[in-house]
Design a protein. Structure first.
Length: 461
């Protein structure tokens, strides 16, 4: 849930930052009016426009005229053919009434000439008729296509709502090119901001000016928002990388194997962990700065199994895990509580963080804390820290050891008698093979994550 909340805050911060971006604002101011003007100046047929109605009426009139002409031409041609056929029939009848051979021969010759002329005229009439009707039909098809296109466009914008919708679509098509140019401008500005020389110039002036618009880059709220966004992004990325890598590393299985043996060792020393409210986990170094990252879920009997805890980051300068990592040894604090404001004085808590552990709060005002440092070769930083906490004081050692344990008698290496109990009675008695398997897993993980090569060095902090 915390991760989702952090992601949401980061997204909101990025959106706010983008909305404040001066290239976007400039593009909107300059190009939006031009886009609307260009969009609404595009003429399209509409039933609400008088020119559209006039065009449709003239198209219908022309089509009717062509249809009338076609019908008239057909009737005229039919009359000509009928007259020609009538003349041919009259000639044939005249030949039939003639009885003399000489007259019959002359009339037959005339009839043949008339027939030839009639056939030729028929062909001419048919040819003229075919060409004429083809031309008429072509003109009619063209007129019908134009009329349908204009009518479809007009019907698509038959009311004012449709007109505005259509013009807005045209505007969006036009503004696409402007959006591309805006993105290119933002990309070029981003590349310029990545240039160290350009950043130095901006840092000296504190402003960027273009087209009469000046942007104050030294505005505190903008700087804070930018830093917050980057910090949240780092937190999210680091947690995601560690969670994914640790899940695939097999480290959790080795840690649980070691914890089962730790429970056996504790029981042999007189402490049954399974009867206590306790939990344990493993921390590994972080690669960002001087910090430790929780590498496994909590194991034990109290508040365990929360996968979201993996990836949490803690400074090596605070808490028992930080002390164990810095001292490269085992530590044991039998009774940690907030008496005399100890959590603030010795453990790096703030006053607000220490309130739940004050003596006036009945739920767990004290705890027993133990940590084992998993050493690397030579003087290299530890590979990890195993952390165990139990509710209540003096829980992680047998009662007959209470008088022998103290945290106020450290030797020259900073180890107290309580710390030596943790090492001698617990850590040293663990199976070397189990510890070595865990160390090998951690060593491979260190080579993969390169956490000894810090992105942010901690010198002076």
């Amino acid at each position: 849930m915390a991760s989702l909340h952090g992601t949401w805050k980061a997204a909101v911060a990025v959106v706010r930052r983008v909305l404040k971006s001066w290239p976007l604002l400039l593009a909107l101011i300059v190009f939006a009016p031009l886009g609307f003007v260009a969009g609404f100046n595009v003429r399209q047929a509409s039933l609400t426009m008088s020119s559209t109605a006039t065009l449709l009426k003239e198209t219908r009139d022309l089509r009717n005229f062509l249809l009338t002409a076609e019908a008239t031409q057909a009737r005229n041609l039919d009359d000509k053919v009928a007259a020609l056929d009538k003349a041919s029939a009259a000639t044939a009848a005249l030949v039939a009434k003639t009885s003399t051979a000489s007259q019959n021969a002359a009339l037959n010759d005339s009839l043949g000439a008339v027939t030839v002329a009639s056939t030729t005229l028929h062909k001419a009439i048919d040819s003229e008729n075919l060409a004429y009707f083809r031309k008429i039909n072509a003109d009619l098809v063209g007129l019908q296509s134009i009329e349908e296109r204009v009518r479809n466009q007009a019907e698509a914008s038959s009311d004012w709502q449709s007109i505005y919708y259509d013009q807005f679509k045209r505007f969006l098509k036009w503004i696409g090119a402007i959006s591309f140019l805006t993105i290119m401008a933002i990309a070029l500005i981003s590349l310029a901001l990545c240039n160290p020389g350009f950043r130095k110039i901006v840092a000296r002036t504190g402003t960027i000016s273009a087209f009469g618009v000046s942007i104050n880059l030294s505005d505190l709220q903008s700087v804070r928002a930018n830093v917050t966004t980057r910090e949240l992004q780092i937190e999210t990325d680091v947690k995601s990388i560690y969670a994914r890598t640790l899940r695939d590393s097999g480290l959790a299985a080795e840690f649980l194997r070691l914890m089962r043996q730790i429970e056996v060792i504790f029981k042999g020393a007189g402490v049954d962990l399974k009867k206590l409210k306790y939990r344990a986990t493993l921390f590994v170094p972080g690669f960002v700065g001087q910090e430790l990252v929780q590498a496994t879920r909590y194991d034990g009997t109290d508040r365990v199994g929360d996968e979201s805890k993996i990836g949490r980051r803690f400074s090596v300068r605070y808490g028992i895990i930080g002390k164990a990592w810095r001292l490269k040894t085992c530590l044991y604090y039998p009774n940690v509580q907030n008496t005399n404001n100890n959590l603030v004085r010795d453990w790096g808590f703030t006053g607000e963080e220490a309130k739940p552990y004050s003596a006036s709060v009945p739920t767990g005002p004290s705890a027993s804390l133990m940590a084992f440092s998993v050493s690397d070769v030579g003087d290299a930083p530890p590979l990890g820290v195993i952390y165990i906490e139990a509710e209540g004081g003096d829980q992680l050692h047998p009662a007959n050891h209470a008088a022998k344990l103290s945290i106020d008698d450290p030797d020259k290496n900073g180890c107290s008698s309580a710390d030596r109990f943790a090492y001698d009675e617990i850590w040293a008695k663990l199976d070397d093979a189990v510890k070595e398997n865990l160390r090998k897993r951690l060593s491979r993980l260190q080579k993969l994550m390169q956490w000894n090569d810090k992105i942010q060095e901690g010198a002076g902090r």
